[in-house]
Ligand binder design. Structure first.
Ligand code: NAD
Ligand code: ZN
Ligand code: ZN
Length: 346
């Protein structure tokens, strides 16, 4: 089968032929319908050898959806032909975090060598993929896999981030979304669907700001040295009750801290390496800073329910598997508006 692999440190990903896998006991083989392209892969491919935790070559893609092609011995709960999406942050299934559905925070995954697909295990940008356990699948039923595959990360990650701040996002409050790309343009929609907060979007690209307005941002502001001041003005000097940073770089964490209000949440989701000083007097009184990772299994089901209700809609650009390297190239250059989705069998 064909797969998109990151093969050598510092090189671009390439489409290669690899053996089609078969499902072992307890595993599920999917014929991949759609696979999303996340900016985290760009970060992974920028790491030097000494920082790389995964073995190469690595088949990319941690957002996947497909139809069940075969099941291994003992698999229950899915049938050949089912249309499913993959919950990516695989855990051990047994620790106290996994028992609560929070496999993203599994206490034993590292020790047991359990890696998410595309981030250590073979990923979804291939004609077929192996899913380690049927509990990591969500039935799509009537949902279109192409337009919803990215809910498994670009939906689930902002959903988890926003859900944690809901108590602060009361009517009259303000939420700021920094970086309205794949994750951020879904975050805007989630905030509109789940809260009465005013939503202010920040980006450096006019097309992304237009998309943010289109999907429901009340205000869209250029993310420059005046951005925090602009947010202060728009909030009558008070600042935002929650700031979600989907870039996480030096300039954006500074903006996030500067436009936060008292008792606010500053939620750093982007992995851009920015540092925000925390200490008495650095941030407004009683501000909380969080850096969440992905989301839980129950939250993924909730995100798909929001899509079923028509409350979230991922803006997608589709590519064939052969065009997948170009999708990464375009993402790297900030040219994807919304999410790039690869159709490996399209
Ligand atoms: P993306 O490229 O689709 O979107 C990033 C957006 O940020 C783009 O619209 C870009 O124009 C904008 N941007 C760049 N610099 C900016 C600046 N200075 N100010 C404001 N906006 C700016 O990326 P994505 O796939 O949505 O991922 C977003 C970030 O989240 C990445 O860092 C990714 O690695 C990370 N991520 C984290 C998790 C997690 O669990 N914590 C999960 C998925 C992705
Ligand atoms: Zn991701
Ligand atoms: Zn666990």
């Amino acid at each position: 089968m064909k797969a998109l692999q990151y093969r050598e440190i510092g090189s671009a990903p390439v489409v290669v032929d690899v053996p089609t896998p078969g499902p072992g006991a307890g595993e599920v083989l999917l014929k991949v319908t759609a696979a999303g392209v996340c900016h985290s892969d760009i970060a992974v491919m920028s790491w030097p050898a000494e920082q790389m935790p995964y073995e190469l070559p690595l088949t990319l893609g941690h957002e996947g959806a497909g139809t069940v092609a075969a099941v291994g011995a003992g698999v229950k709960g899915v049938e050949v032909g089912d249309s499913v999406a993959v919950y990516g942050p695989w855990g051990c299934g047994r620790c106290i975090k996994c028992a609560a559905g929070e496999e993203n925070y599994c206490l034993r995954a590292a020790e047991l060598g359990i890696w998410p697909p595309g981030l250590g295990s073979p990923g979804a940008i291939a004609e077929y993929m192996i899913v380690d356990d049927a509990r990591h699948l969500v039935q799509l039923m009537d949902l279109d896999p192409v337009s919803t595959v990215s809910l498994t990360d670009a939906g689930l990650t902002p959903y988890h981030a926003v859900k944690g701040s809901l108590p602060k996002l009361t009517p009259g409050s303000t939420a700021v979304v920094i970086g309205t790309g794949g994750l951020g343009h879904v975050a805007v929609q989630l905030l509109r669907a789940l809260t009465a907060a005013r939503v202010i979007a920040l980006d450096v690209n006019e097309d992304k700001l237009d998309l943010a307005r289109k999907v429901g941002a009340h205000d869209a502001v250029m993310s420059d040295e005046h951005a925090a001041q602009r947010v202060k003005e728009l909030t009558g000097g008070v600042g935002a009750q929650a700031v979600f940073d989907f870039v996480g770089a030096e300039p954006t964490v500074a903006i996030a801290g500067a436009c936060a209000g008292v008792e606010s949440d500053v939620v750093i989701v982007g992995i851009g390496g920015g540092m925000l000083p925390v200490g008495f007097g650095e941030l407004p009184y009683e501000a909380t800073v969080r850096a969440p990772y992905w989301g839980s299994r129950d939250e993924l089901i909730e995100v798909f329910e929001l899509a079923r209700s028509g409350l979230v809609d991922v803006h997608v650009e589709t590519y064939s598997l052969d065009e997948a390297p170009r999708a990464y190239e375009r993402l790297h250059h900030g040219q994807i508006n919304g999410r790039a989705v690869i159709l490996p069998n399209g």
